[in-house]
Design a protein around this ligand. Structure first.
Ligand code: ATP
Ligand code: MG
Length: 319
């Protein structure tokens, strides 16, 4: 396979989480961590565990948390040649707590940490790349990171790579819906695949109803939309067909990162030339398994386990 390199760019952080539910972050209580994290980092780790050439563009500090992240990439086979180590700046981190109603509260240290000092994208980074994955969380994390994503998109398109976009935006960091659409416009312009949740699809298009919003994305020139629906699986939209793929039943331990694992399964499925329904099964399997372990990246499935849950044999599609 000549063109099978998958790249992501963005925040590389550790996550530190409350041990107990319903424990607000404004008082002392026990934490567990650091766990490797950052939406684009979870994505790329899942790509590598599925056995694909995977490469990350990002930055961490020259400290122990940075070591934790780099060691994880090395173990799983994510190429980190374009991960800058920023001296005397701390590695990015996020503190998270869960509430019994299912909601989460994050405190982010991203834009003002090493994670926010992304290396300048260069044409060499994208030579022979198949896909570049962009996350809304990165676009929300500050001007430097946003500009680096836009540049990466331009260079990837020039290199004939395709762009996938997870609009996991943080509207509260962007000052409202209009600003959010403005920030996403350059990425949407370049993207061929968008992987939103229902409310993200609605926000992104200003359309009510998730399915109508996905159709609006197609009308806007997106080739493929994969709507993530938690325990209901996903619906895939193209101009030619709509394919609903049911979820796999699992015991959910920690849902953070399931969306990024799903994205990785989906992009890997497409890059292996698999049919849409099969690609949806692989993505659902990665999402479901992603939710079964504590820590955002800890549930990233290895190829054999994801394929087994999705009942895919290596030979099912012509590759
Ligand atoms: P996050 O942003 O927290 O990573 P998300 O909101 O982007 O997640 P979800 O829809 O929660 O995305 O999850 C992504 C995919 O993972 C789903 O489409 C589904 O395939 C799988 N998944 C998530 N939760 C479950 C669950 N409880 N049971 C089975 N599969 C799940
Ligand atoms: Mg998400």
């Amino acid at each position: 396979m000549a063109r099978d390199r998958i790249i992501s760019i963005g925040e590389l952080i550790v996550e530190i989480m409350r041990k107990r539910v319903d424990s607000p972050l404004d008082r002392p209580d026990d934490f567990v961590g650091p766990f490797p994290s950052g939406a684009p980092a979870i994505f790329i780790d899942q790509v590598a565990r599925l056995g694909h050439p995977a490469e990350f563009i990002g930055a961490c500090g020259d400290d122990d948390f940075g070591q934790c992240l780099l060691r994880r990439f090395e173990q799983d086979g994510v190429a980190a040649d374009h991960v800058a180590r920023i001296e005397e700046v701390a590695t990015g981190c996020a503190f998270v707590t869960y509430f019994s109603d299912g909601s989460r509260r994050f405190l982010f240290h991203i834009g003002n940490s090493a994670a926010g000092q992304l290396p300048e994208p260069t044409p060499e980074m994208f030579a022979d790349a198949a896909w570049l994955h962009i996350c809304g969380s990165t676009l929300s994390a500050g001007e430097q990171m946003r500009q680096a994503c836009y540049e990466a998109c331009e260079l990837a398109v020039a290199a004939d790579a395709r762009i996938s976009f997870d609009p996991n935006l943080r509207p509260e960091l962007l000052g409202g819906e209009e600003a959010l659409r403005r920030v996403c416009a350059p990425v949407l312009e370049a993207a061929s695949l968008v992987l939103p949740s229902a409310d993200e699809a609605e926000l992104l298009t200003g359309t009510s109803g998730a399915e109508a919003a996905c159709e609006a994305l197609l009308d806007g020139g997106i080739e493929l939309v994969a709507l993530k629906r938690g325990s209901a699986g996903c619906i895939i939209f193209t101009a030619a067909e709509t394919v609903a793929v049911p979820a796999y039943e699992v015991e959910v331990v920690d849902p953070t990162g399931a969306g990024d694992c799903f994205d990785a399964g989906f992009v890997v499925g497409l890059s292996e030339g698999r049919r849409l329904e099969e690609t949806g099964r692989l993505a659902n399997a990665c999402g479901a398994l992603g939710a079964t372990a504590k820590g955002p990246m800890e549930g990233c499935a290895f190829r054999r386990d994801a394929f087994e849950l999705a009942a895919i044999t290596e030979k099912e599609s012509e590759r």
